[in-house]
Write a protein that binds this ligand. Structure first.
Ligand SMILES: [Zn+2]
Length: 443
């Protein structure tokens, strides 16, 4: 057979001997070990020249062309003649098909790429490549073991929760009551470097965050200067565990402060309509009709839209509670607008004081609650204003996580789920950072 066929087949370490057409037109490629692969004993490394016999294996390979392709590798069995070696015989092996492996390396890489890059499900990829689910899953696991090492230290760590699957209802055998259980994962993201998703752990408690961090190296924990979280007491408790993260400072970002302020506006609006009409809001209620404008940032409303919103809410609601809540939200946004302006603490606190005073004078329960929340998280908010660190990157990663979950139609095995998600997120992240680096500097 010509050298060209071997080149075309392209599996390193073997030479194509002949190609035969089998049943139903399937091509059968007979290969032998390439001459440059010396028959060295895997035990002692001594090259043997004594052939003991032959053995052939049929490793699964990547699809090539429209019809099936089968590979038969005719190997030789060698005697180890090294007197000090305990191994009597060995067969030839090549890096692409190590001993006891039933698939070629390029097939396993192809499967892992299909699953990890495109977020396709393991079962779909398995059938596309003509292998069983366990074979495909093993290929993905191997890629994970190679590519997903221990996270490198990062200065900024983001922590966020994601729901895993749908809520489940289980019946308590004693009380016979049905209880809802939500499966949650906590994700850890590199917000300073280019590692993307660093890992996930089952659950969203303080204990599981501590557990994940304790599994990292002391150098990893010591390197963390900032931890960005949403204002969740359990995460804050974990981060401030004495001695766990000696150099870390908590940061709560813009998005996670505006969210409770918007929620307070909505709660006041709903309550006021109930008090006025004894029912839920309708189109004819100005506060309901303006519900989206009430949540839009002031500077993003046109003068006309702002005036329409303001006037109709004021006219329809004489107690002024809805507009008071809106003003509180905008005051808080004013505090956050100081981010990365170099504002010092006295400027931050002066603006915050205006917000607190407004909430106190309004005598609205929802605003009192909001002010208490902001007060609790005040140091972490001030850190955000100083550093501008945000957890926004975790939002992008949560989108990738959803892609994987959607394709998998639910995971039964948490470890498989975490590996696939991290592989997908890491590969996407690397592709994105490589693409942005490739852009010309002037862009
Ligand atoms: Zn040997």
């Amino acid at each position: 057979m010509s050298q060209s066929t071997t080149l075309l087949f392209g599996l390193p370490g073997v030479r194509v001997q002949r190609v035969q057409v089998g049943e139903f037109g399937a091509r059968i490629v007979h290969v032998i070990t390439a001459a440059e692969v010396l028959p060295g004993c895997p035990e002692c490394g001594v090259v043997s020249t004594s052939v003991k016999g032959h053995a052939s294996i049929t490793p699964r390979d990547i699809p090539y062309g429209e019809r099936e392709i089968a590979v038969i590798w005719h190997k030789r069995r060698w005697r180890c003649r090294e007197s000090a070696c305990e191994r009597a015989t060995f067969t030839e092996s090549i890096p692409e098909v190590p001993p006891r492996q039933r698939t070629t390396g390029r097939l396993r890489r192809g499967i892992a790429a299909a699953v990890a890059d495109s977020a396709r499900s393991v079962s779909e990829v398995a059938s596309a490549f003509g292998v069983t689910w366990p074979t495909a899953n093993t290929a993905v696991t191997e890629a994970g073991n190679v590519e997903l090492g221990e996270p490198e230290p990062t200065a900024v760590l983001g922590i966020d929760e994601t729901r895993r699957g749908r809520p489940r209802w289980t019946q308590d055998p004693v009380s016979t009551r049905w209880v809802r259980t939500d499966a949650w994962d906590t994700g850890f993201v590199d917000l300073a470097g280019e590692q993307g998703l660093l890992g996930q752990i089952e659950g969203r408690t303080s204990a599981c965050v501590v557990e994940w961090l304790n599994e990292r190296t002391p150098a990893f924990r010591a390197a963390i200067a900032f931890v960005a979280i949403d204002p969740a007491a359990v995460y804050a408790k974990a981060i401030t565990t004495p001695g766990l993260l000696p150099n870390a400072v908590l940061v709560v970002d813009h998005f996670h402060i505006v969210a409770p302020a918007n929620a307070a506006v909505t709660k006041v609006r709903r309550r006021v309509i109930w008090e006025q009409h004894g029912r839920r809001g309708r189109k004819l209620d100005p506060a309901w009709a303006n519900r989206r404008r009430l949540l839009t940032a002031r500077e993003r409303l046109s003068e006309k839209a702002f005036a329409a919103m303001w006037n109709s809410v004021i006219d329809s609601e004489p107690s002024g509670q809805v507009i008071s809540a809106w003003i509180a939200k905008e005051q808080l946004r004013g505090v956050l607008a100081l981010a990365r302006t170099g504002a010092d603490r006295s400027q931050i606190y002066a603006k915050l004081y205006g917000f607190y005073r407004w909430c106190a004078r309004a005598e609205i329960e929802e605003l009192a609650t909001l002010a208490t929340t902001i007060e609790t998280w005040c140091p972490a908010i001030a850190e955000f204003i100083d550093t501008g660190i945000t957890n926004a990157r975790t939002e992008g990663i949560n989108r990738l996580i959803k892609q994987v979950k959607r394709s998998a139609c639910g995971f039964r095995n948490v470890e498989n789920s975490h590996r696939r998600i991290r592989l997908h997120a890491t590969r996407k992240h690397r592709a994105a950072t490589a693409a942005s680096r490739a852009l010309p500097a002037q862009l």
